[in-house]
Design a binder for this molecule. Structure first.
Ligand SMILES: Cc1ncc(COP(=O)(O)O)c(C=O)c1O
Length: 371
């Protein structure tokens, strides 16, 4: 297989663990193993007694039941567990799509959503979200984008990198557009549960469309990326079977400690989500104030969900130049839009972690000195 380098991940491989201020992470604040185990009496003893053999390929039944309880009308058998959301994307695109299939992909995007399909021989058409439309996707666009031989549609809400979350009616119209054309819908929902107003939470695509695959993960809303544990939820068992057959060649099963810890965290989900939403709300207030102070220098569209946003820089022709200079002078890492297929002035800022304020001060210092 020939696949193009994953620009964002290569960028992180260079900078993530050496930069002073990581201001473009897309996950929420993590916790320590000890803190997680302390959340339930007896958890430490049970973890110490855990057997370290293979786990079930589909994911342990208890874990799948816990994951299924995140959804309405979804059973443990509708869940397939993966080593992170990334593996699930890779496996779906390679196991379910065929060379020559036409696929419409929400863009800009987390690159693998388009690149893996392209590497699998699919013809990929971007479904462009534009800043001028508030990053909204319009289902009417599909009249021109979806052809008679289109096989699948890929969307991501809440969206990385823009933070866009459609209203429920619009989301349902998008799902209905997939249904009426007989398309598979791959719905990347890894930022679900991070809606600032819980009333804005969308139904999961798998709940309302039998040919939809909903993607979830422990990395983002729960802040447990190091578990490398994700899943798909889907009522079409031909899709799940094809994915399971390919997974035998990728990871076979996930690590037993990750399964144990993910189950524990899912049982304790309300605490995780409340804590991370509180961090996000506090950080959003800082960002609102920062962008209000520098209105002429940046444009800021406040998201309705998630830990990332995609503001634009007004004083440089390309965010690549701004981000490179900021990194060089102040040790602050922002992710230029080019890493998401959106070359130009936008950049991703992440605000799911506690240490935003210090990085934002450095960003302010850069702006005050240079402009
Ligand atoms: C939209 C989206 N999908 C999938 C992933 C992959 O998640 P993970 O790193 O947990 O596998 C990410 C990670 O940034 C993402 O932003």
């Amino acid at each position: 297989m020939k696949i193009e380098p994953f620009l964002l991940e290569r960028f992180f491989a260079r900078h993530e663990f050496s930069v002073r201020h990581l201001l473009c992470a897309s996950d929420c604040e993590t916790i320590s193993l000890g803190e997680l185990l302390a959340m339930e009496p007896g958890a430490t003893e049970a973890f110490n007694a855990l057997r370290l053999g293979y786990t079930e390929t589909a994911g342990g039944a208890d874990l799948r039941r816990e994951i299924a309880s995140l959804y309405e009308g979804i059973a443990a058998d509708d869940i397939l567990v993966f080593a992170g959301a990334q593996e699930a994307i890779f496996v779906f695109m390679n196991a379910v799509l065929h060379a020559g299939d036409h696929v419409v992909v929400h863009s800009p995007c987390y690159q693998s959503l388009g690149s893996v399909a392209a590497a699998a021989g699919c013809r990929v058409s971007p479904w462009p979200a534009e800043a001028g439309r508030g990053w909204a996707l319009d289902p009417d666009d599909l009249a021109a984008l979806a052809w008679t031989d289109t096989r699948a549609m890929v969307v991501n809400f809440p969206h990385n990198p823009t933070g866009y979350l459609p209203e429920k009616e619009r989301f349902i119209a998008i799902v209905e557009a997939a249904r009426s054309r007989g398309l598979l819908l791959f719905s990347d929902e890894v930022y679900r549960f991070l809606e600032y107003d819980a009333g804005d939470r969308l139904p999961a695509a798998c709940e309302i469309y039998e040919n939809a695959v909903s993607l979830g993960v422990m990395s983002k809303a729960f802040g447990l990326a190091g578990l490398r544990l994700g899943w798909v939820a889907c009522r079409n068992h031909d899709v799940l079977r094809a994915m399971a057959e390919l997974k035998d060649y990728t990871t076979i099963c996930v690590a037993a400690p990750s399964e144990f810890l993910a189950r524990l965290a899912l049982r304790q989900r309300s605490g995780f989500l409340a804590r991370n939403l509180e961090i996000i709300r506090g950080n959003l207030a800082l960002l609102d104030a920062f962008f209000a102070r520098h209105e002429g220098l940046f444009s800021w569209q406040r998201p309705r969900a998630g830990p990332v946003a995609f503001p634009a820089v007004r004083f440089a022709a390309a965010s690549d130049d701004f981000c490179a200079a900021l990194l060089h002078e102040r040790g602050v890492l922002l992710a230029p839009g080019s890493l998401f297929g959106a070359a130009g002035r936008h950049f991703r800022i992440g605000f799911g972690r506690r240490d935003l304020a210090a990085g934002l001060e450095e960003l302010s210092a850069y702006v005050n000195k240079n402009l």
